[in-house]
Design a protein around this ligand. Structure first.
Ligand SMILES: Nc1nc2c(c(=O)[nH]1)N[C@H]1C(S)=C(S)[C@@H](COP(=O)(O)OP(=O)(O)OC[C@H]3O[C@@H](n4cnc5c(=O)[nH]c(N)nc54)[C@H](O)[C@@H]3O)O[C@H]1N2
Ligand SMILES: Nc1nc2c(c(=O)[nH]1)N[C@H]1C(S)=C(S)[C@@H](COP(=O)(O)OP(=O)(O)OC[C@H]3O[C@@H](n4cnc5c(=O)[nH]c(N)nc54)[C@H](O)[C@@H]3O)O[C@H]1N2
Ligand code: SF4
Ligand SMILES: [Mo]
Length: 762
């Protein structure tokens, strides 16, 4: 009998980066447990961790490429598949130019070394303006706000949950999501600990979420109105002389503008819009100011809404006004061992961030961090003319489920001349592809949380090697990404990938030696390349980045510093301590100061004020509508991961999670009984799903989880199709937060009727 071995690795399925112990025998996965010795998660894990085993066992997971022949996706060899990609992409590039090929990068590409380390090389080789990602249905407003204030898009202050006494949470449900833009395994334990040490946790959410149940206090808020509430809290702090940024004031510009723009947002006025009573707004402000150490934290409920950038900006304005920015127990800047913009070279002076350097062809939508808002993808495909998108490359993404007006995007995608997907399933999106290139399962890939450690409450380094072999002939994911780069560069399907890998490393080295303040500033690139030795692939890149990073050995500058060898030799990870104050060196702004009042953000205040005025003049909020119309929000579920872990039996067993949650008063008013079906319609679509009546949702609001709707023709997801649910993004019209172009996915006006009745006339 073959012997069992236990391997320690980081879970790749969400932002929490839990350490897992995986037991293997004979290529079979026997068990997945929490790693008690993991320096960060100490044994914590959630049900999704079992996805490592279930994904390994899933017969629908692709291991060989599929190529469309006579209209059917059929198995092919890797050579045939890459030849087909070369033929398809070259044809479109030749006829339509670089912009004719669009790319969509999905969420798992931020959890996977291949796309993270080599994705940029592919995008550069392609040279298309039509780059899209899940970021513009997610956190882009926070990146825009933080980028403009602090000088880098990932300079996002993170609540120091382990040392705070007061945590104000808006639009996040970390007990279910396990934290986002906040890498901290076991958020339940960390939130409980705040209360156990006498602190307070306050949740603002249109739904009494699991996190709200665990908190000291919860307030309902009308969807999409967080900027009003946050402005009003700022207003109270400033009007009552409670604002006290202390030594932060030396590092900031523009404080006087905040008092100006906050002036109209008196609690009575803001309350009429957001629904939080004025005396409660005052109390929230007073308690925030009085707390010894407090942090304001907001997530996706506040970014995927009409005023995402204003809300995201105001969160850090409050952290500043209360003196809690960059202070232990407040909102702090993490220090990652690898790849962090805000620790490369020296601050506080830097180039800062510019948005809108170019715009999309059809919608004139401004660029953000080198990409275009994904709400514009359908129109770029569907609208003829020069620069029309005729081919699409998806990498670890399912935009036909995850992005607004899903029906319009589907019709557009069906008309493409060519589509290739780097994915693991034939799902709602990839069923349209001409070629599917399967990525290896997570256990057959190396892992290092490059992106998420930049948002972690402790500095951690942890590398996981592959522990299972890849099927014969299957390239690693990073090799496939580089293969796509070579094809995009016109080198055909058989280019020498080693040369590409060398090029990527050499480019990084070249940039770093030219960077003032780098530990290797001015050194000879050849010498450094040689010092990296025989290693290749992402491990060599990681070695380089670790060594030039803030904890690195600097290629000799600090012999005790980190190298890849040291990190590899620590299977439970290396803990490098809690967050520490980083101002002003963390800044990379043109002024060298925190830019508290960026014009690009303030430009959206008049739009918010219009809403305030509209309510004052009793015209009512357009968004809430008249005639008992409701608004739609989403929700995440513990056993789900956006649109894609629904083919794993352990995660979908039990009762149907894809329900319409509605308050008992609304259900009674609309004649919706428990278990009945309701029809929900919006300006762009409609769907029918079972009703779940609950006091946990605010009257006037309905909630449907995103990521479902698997019963469409052509998908090859046996289990998920039996637990299909409905696609909530059929209801989301194309509507954006203006400064960031991020989609509005919460606060969508809808009409709800009993499904057995005729829908109201459109
Ligand atoms: N209404 C509504 N819509 C939303 C949201 C919401 O809250 N409400 N949330 C938004 C958010 S935050 C996000 S991040 C997006 C997610 O949007 P997407 O990133 O488009 O969708 P995912 O469901 O994450 O799809 C992941 C895809 O990656 C594939 N995959 C999984 N693992 C791997 C791998 O290792 N390699 C490769 N190559 N492929 C892999 C899966 O098969 C799947 O096709 O959805 C957004 N959409
Ligand atoms: N189990 C599980 N974990 C996940 C995911 C998953 O699908 N399943 N997805 C991962 C991804 S990609 C991400 S981005 C993160 C997201 O992580 P979180 O941001 O924590 O995500 P949610 O659980 O959707 O929490 C958002 C909350 O915002 C509330 N909300 C909706 N509209 C508004 C509003 O207008 N104002 C306010 N104040 N609140 C509002 C919702 O009711 C909900 O409780 O989770 C990640 N983790
Ligand atoms: S919380 Fe996230 S990282 Fe931890 S086990 Fe669950 S899915 Fe994996
Ligand atoms: Mo996300």
């Amino acid at each position: 009998m073959a012997s069992e071995t236990v391997h320690y690795r980081t879970c790749p399925f969400c932002e929490a980066t839990c350490g897992l112990a995986v037991t293997i025998r004979d290529g079979e996965v026997l068990a997945v447990r929490g790693d008690e010795d993991d320096v960060f998660s100490h044994g914590f894990l959630c049900p999704k961790s079992q996805g490592l085993k279930q994904l390994h066992d899933d017969p629908d997971r692709l291991t060989r490429p599929l190529v469309r022949r006579d209209g059917e996706l059929r198995e092919a060899s890797w050579e045939e598949a890459f030849a087909a990609v070369d033929e398809g992409l070259s044809r479109v590039l030749e006829a339509g130019g670089r912009d004719a090929v669009a790319v969509y990068l999905g969420n798992p590409s931020a959890h996977s070394l291949g796309p993270m380390v080599y994705g940029a090389a592919f995008l550069k080789a392609l040279g298309s303006k039509n780059i899209y990602s899940a970021s513009t249905v997610d956190q882009m407003p926070k990146q825009v706000a933080a980028g403009l204030m602090f000088g880098a898009g990932l300079s996002v202050p993170v609540p120091d949950v382990d040392r705070t006494d007061h945590l104000l949470i808006l639009g996040a449900n970390p007990l279910v999501s396990n934290g986002s833009l906040l890498t901290a395994p076991d958020m339940r334990g960390r939130i409980r600990a705040i209360r156990e040490r006498g602190g307070k946790v306050v949740v603002i959410d249109p739904r009494r979420s699991r996190t709200a149940h665990e908190a000291s206090e919860h307030h309902f808020i009308r969807p999409g109105t967080d900027a009003h509430l946050l402005f009003s809290i700022a207003h109270v702090l400033l009007a009552e002389g409670l604002a006290d940024p202390g030594p932060l004031a030396d590092h900031a510009l523009g404080a006087e503008r905040i008092a100006e723009v906050a002036a109209p947002f008196e609690p009575e006025a803001a309350s009429a819009v957001c629904g939080v009573p004025p005396e409660e707004i005052r109390r929230l402000a007073h308690e925030l100011a009085a707390a010894e150490r407090a942090a304001v934290y907001a997530r996706i409920g506040t970014t995927t809404q009409r005023f995402g950038t204003l809300a995201s900006w105001l969160v850090d304005v409050l952290n500043y006004l209360t003196g809690n920015l960059d202070r232990e127990g407040g909102a702090m800047f993490p220090l990652a061992a690898v790849g962090q913009r805000n620790s490369a070279g020296t601050g506080p002076l830097g180039k800062g961030v510019k948005v809108g350097r170019w715009s999309s062809r059809v919608g004139g939508r401004p660029e953000v961090f080198g990409e275009l808002p994904v709400v514009g993808l359908a129109e770029e495909i569907a609208t003829p003319g020069e620069g029309q998108v005729r081919a699409l490359v998806t990498v670890a993404g399912n935009p036909l489920v995850s992005t607004p007006d899903a029906a319009a995007l589907e019709s557009a995608v069906a008309e493409l001349e060519f589509m290739v997907s780097l994915d693991i399933y034939v799902n709602e999106t990839t069923r349209h592809a001409d070629v599917i290139l399967p990525a290896p399962e997570p256990l057959a890939k190396a892992h290092y949380d490059f992106a998420l450690y930049q948002l972690a409450v402790r500095s951690v380094a942890n590398y996981s090697p592959p522990i299972l072999p890849r099927p014969e002939g299957q390239p690693d994911e990073w090799e496939t990404v580089l293969r796509l780069a070579a094809i995009a560069a016109g080198q055909g399907p058989d280019a020498d990938l080693e040369a590409w890998d060398d090029l990527v490393v050499s480019t990084l080295i070249g940039r770093e030696v030219a960077l003032p303040g780098s530990p290797i500033e001015g050194r000879a690139p050849e010498e450094l390349l040689e010092a990296l030795g025989e290693r290749r692939g992402p491990e060599r890149v990681l070695d380089f980045m670790l060594r030039v990073g803030p904890f690195g050995d600097g290629f000799g500058a600090d012999p005790d510093g980190l190298t890849f060898d040291k990190v590899e030799a620590a299977p439970h990870g290396i803990d490098l301590g809690p967050m520490r104050p980083r101002l002003p060196e963390v800044l990379r702004t043109p002024s060298g100061k925190i830019e508290l009042a960026p014009e690009d953000v303030l430009a959206d205040v008049p739009r918010l004020e219009q809403e305030l005025e509209a309510v004052k003049t009793a015209a009512g909020r357009a968004q809430d509508g008249a005639n008992g119309q409701m608004v739609l929000i989403g929700r995440r579920q513990l056993r789900s991961n956006n649109s894609w872990m629904h083919n794993l039996p352990a995660l979908v067993k039990g009762k149907d999670p894809c329900t319409i949650q509605i308050h008992p008063d609304d259900a009674a008013r609309l004649g919706l009984g428990v278990g009945a079906n309701a029809r929900v319609s919006s300006s762009v679509g409609e769907l029918v799903a079972p009703v779940e009546v609950t006091e946990d949702i605010m009257p006037g609001v309905v909630s449907i989880p995103h990521g479902w709707g698997h019963d469409v023709p052509g998908v090859r997801l046996g289990v998920a199709s039996e637990h299909a649910g409905v696609n909530s993004n059929l209801l989301a019209p194309v509507d954006v937060d203006i400064p960031s172009g991020n989609a509005v996915l919460n606060g969508i006006p809808v009409e709800v009727t009993a499904a057995d009745r005729e829908p109201a006339l459109a």
